[in-house]
Design a protein around this ligand. Structure first.
Ligand code: ME8
Length: 513
């Protein structure tokens, strides 16, 4: 079908300067879940992720290991891809900034910017964080008692840089950017992020951005000047379009999902909003390319020692969680854990309690209880009939109400609230069972049939809503329900189980001790 609306969602491309961890996994799981949700809602939805393989930090890492940067990134790339495989994240596009197509496109873009007078040569003198690959003025940096300067957020030490550099004329676009950001309220997901960017960068006046480096060479060389490699962020941001084939022989995906696409969403951690909300729109504008729809900034997973990060070494390997809790349970946990934009502490205790109360006690229990009652009392199927019983009307309304709330919240990227609506429905269904007491109705098959049919319909709604994050588990549930498809538009069609035999199976979610 060609007339579906499109949705293109991306993760940041990760620096392979260390192993991926649950922070990295968190972002990727969110992007993947959103991609799946949009597909459920009838969109043609695609997701991209990848690795950011150039820059001084990577070059230094490789040197420490005594291998070439290319060997280093090749080796690390396998580790990242394996994690996505183990997490069963089936992305649609994968960027490596060392890919030929990407390199050529970035070189060509640089040449065009140069030709159009958006780039000029000067000297960069200032502070630089190698870990964050980010420039600072002394005013923006944090000066400590030892007289040294530090990154105001990550705390990494900054080094003095003085080298010849090409600059992007941000000043030429800053008026446009200000207007763009403030006229498109939904562009930056979070008011707090917007205010901070305004206070720190826009209000004092956006400085031109140094976009080439000459003191190392692990990067994309410009066509024009061999000694200049393109700044790693200008290189990396372009992955979002080169992943789709921008400036390649095959750019049909770029045309479809970007140029003519409906929704384009970048998911990023809050520490890299400066690049995505200020520089990326300017690069696109200066290159005459359409803007993305939204920059969705999320918070951090933290440990008692602060933000979990590769450079701090306080990371948790997602493999440990997959092994302990199961792959889809791990994905569910992270997709539903945090209010978007807020930081959250990870702990085993929180994970165990959440999975037990929501997946095992609430959903899993309802599924197996409902199917068991049907199998015990009916050889064939249970048929839907309209009912005037107040509690029947109420539970039907609730199935629709909580589905709508799930949709409303997902559409606002409030994944934690959206998932919670599913379990609110589960609670309503448990009360429906308590009130209607099906176990007392063995002799009243007509009434029992009406109650059980409504329960199956409710379980179907929950299963469909959960399928965006646990597709394989929900496939098993779907088989137990005996139904062909999990579709959002079938939720309010209460007749759908009229000829369908359900079959109770093994419990889907065992209680974790
Ligand atoms: O910044 N909690 O790469 P990166 C939540 N290459 N999310 C976390 C996290 C945590 N503790 N730690 C990392 C880069 N992340 C650049 C991006 S894009 C054009 C270039 C996630 O390896 C979060 O999404 O440092 C964060 O923004 C991203 O990983 C940073 O990954």
């Amino acid at each position: 079908m060609n007339n579906k609306k499109t949705y293109y969602v991306t993760t940041p491309i990760y620096y392979p300067s260390g192993n991926p961890h649950i922070g990295t996994a968190y972002t990727t799981i969110i992007a993947w879940t959103l991609r799946n949700y949009k597909n459920l809602m009838g969109y043609d939805s695609k997701m991209a992720t990848g690795t950011d393989e150039h820059g001084q930090k990577i070059q230094e890492k490789a040197k420490k290991q005594g291998i070439s940067p290319q060997e280093y990134v090749d080796k690390m790339n396998i580790i990242y891809k394996n994690l996505w495989k183990d997490l069963e994240i089936d992305f649609d596009f994968y960027s490596r900034t060392t890919n030929k197509n990407h390199i050529n496109a970035v070189k060509e873009q640089f040449s065009e910017l140069l030709k159009n007078g958006n780039i000029y040569k000067d000297k960069y003198e200032g502070l630089y964080s190698i870990s964050d690959e980010e420039f600072f003025t002394q005013k923006q940096a944090e000066k400590r008692e030892n007289g040294k300067f530090y990154h105001p957020v990550s705390g990494h030490e900054l080094v003095e840089v003085s080298e010849e550099s090409y600059f992007l004329k941000n000043s030429k676009f800053s008026k446009w950017l200000n207007e763009y950001i403030f006229n498109n309220e939904s562009f930056i997901s979070n008011k707090k992020v917007l205010n901070e960017l305004y206070k720190n960068f826009l209000e004092p006046g956006l400085k031109d951005l140094s976009i080439t480096r000459t003191s190392f060479d692990w990067g994309i060389k410009t066509n024009e000047y061999d000694s200049h490699v393109i700044y790693v962020w200008l290189d990396a941001l372009n992955n979002y379009i080169t992943a789709l084939g921008y400036k390649s022989n095959d750019d049909k995906n770029f045309k479809k999902y970007w140029e003519n696409g409906d929704e384009i969403v970048h998911i990023v951690g809050k520490e890299i909003t400066r690049f995505h909300c200020l520089y990326w729109p300017i690069i696109l504008k200066a290159s005459n390319i359409k803007q993305p729809t939204k920059i969705l900034a999320h918070g951090w997973l933290i440990t008692p020692e602060g933000k979990m990060s590769k450079s701090k070494g306080n990371v948790i390997d997602p493999h440990d969680l997959i092994q302990k809790y199961g792959v889809e349970e791990t994905k569910y946990f992270f997709a539903s854990l945090l209010p978007f934009g807020k930081d959250g502490i990870f702990s085993d205790e929180i994970m165990k309690n959440k999975l037990n109360s929501e997946l095992s006690n609430n959903y899993g229990n309802l599924l197996s209880r409902t199917l068991a009652m049907v199998n015990q009392n009916f050889d064939e199927f249970v048929v839907y009939k309209k009912s005037n019983e107040k509690i029947d009307i109420e539970i039907e309304k609730n199935i629709i109400k909580y589905t709508n709330k799930y949709i409303q919240n997902f559409d606002q990227n409030k994944l934690d609230v959206a998932f919670n609506e599913i379990f609110k429905l589960g609670k309503k269904m448990n009360s429906y069972i308590d009130e209607s007491k099906p176990w007392t109705l063995k002799k009243n098959k007509i009434r029992l049939e009406q109650i059980l049919n409504r329960l199956i319909n409710g379980v179907y709604a929950m299963t469909t809503m959960l399928s965006v994050v646990m597709p394989n588990k929900m496939k098993i549930a779907k088989e137990q329900l005996g139904i062909k498809e999990l579709k959002i538009e079938l939720i309010n069609d209460f007749d759908k189980f009229n000829n369908i035999k359900v079959k109770r199976g093994e419990p889907l979610f065992k209680r974790i001790k």
